[in-house]
Design a protein around this ligand. Sequence first.
Ligand code: AMP
Length: 215
Amino acid sequence: MLNIILMGPPGAGKGTQAKILIAKFNIPHISTGDMFREAIKEGTPLGKLAASYINDGHLVPDDVTIGLVKERLSKDDCANGYLLDGFPRTIPQAEALEVLTKEIGREVNYVINIDTPKEELVSRICGRRVCKKCGAPYHIVNVKPKVDGVCDICGGELVQRPDDNEEALNIRLEAYTKQTKPLLDFYAKKGLLKTFSGKSREELTPQLLELLEGK
Ligand code: AMP
C-alpha cells in the first residue's frame, strides 16, 4: 500500500511529479492547494476564507486545513493508498495527520522530499502558468504549450496563479522555512523520510518510481 506525502518548497515540482505518480499507481491525489483553489473558484465560504490567506502567500489556518484533509482521507477511494501533496505543512498538521491515519488504519509509509535550490524556485514559480480548466502546469520558458496561452491537454486558458509572483513567493518561502522545514526532522526521526535533490522532472521521475515500486 502506498500512503505517500510529497514535500518540498513551492516550485520544487510536487504537482508535476504527483500527477505522474497518481496515474502510475492509481491512487487519489490530495492537494490541499488544489482543494482551496477549487473552493475559491466555486465561491464557497471555505473559498472566501482561504483566498484571504492564499493570494498573498500565507498559510491557511491549521484547523481549517486539518478539517478538510480529515474529511477527504476518510473517503473510500483512499482505502488503497493516497498521495498527499502540500499537506502537512506545519507540525500541528503532521501531528493531527498521525492521529487520524492511525484511527482509520491508513498510516503514511513514504515521505518524499524534493529538495530544490532557492534560485531555481524563483524562476520556476514566476514563469509558471497553469490551465484554468484542468490545472496542468506549464512554464513560459521550460514547458511551453504548443499554442501560446492554450492548454495542450484540454484547450483551456493558461493563467498565472495570483500567488505566483515574487512578493507572495517570498512570504511562501518564509512560511516553508519556518513552519514546514521542521517536518523533515519530524519524519526523519520516524524513519520515513526520503530526500531527492532538485533535478529536472525527467531525472526525478524514474528515481521516485524505483523507490515506490520496490514496495
Ligand atoms: P500549493 O498549491 O500547495 O502551493 O498551495 C497554495 C496555497 O494554499 C499555499 O501557499 C497556502 O496558502 C495554501 N495551502 C495549501 N496547503 C496548505 C496547508 N497544508 N496548510 C496551510 N495552507 C495551505
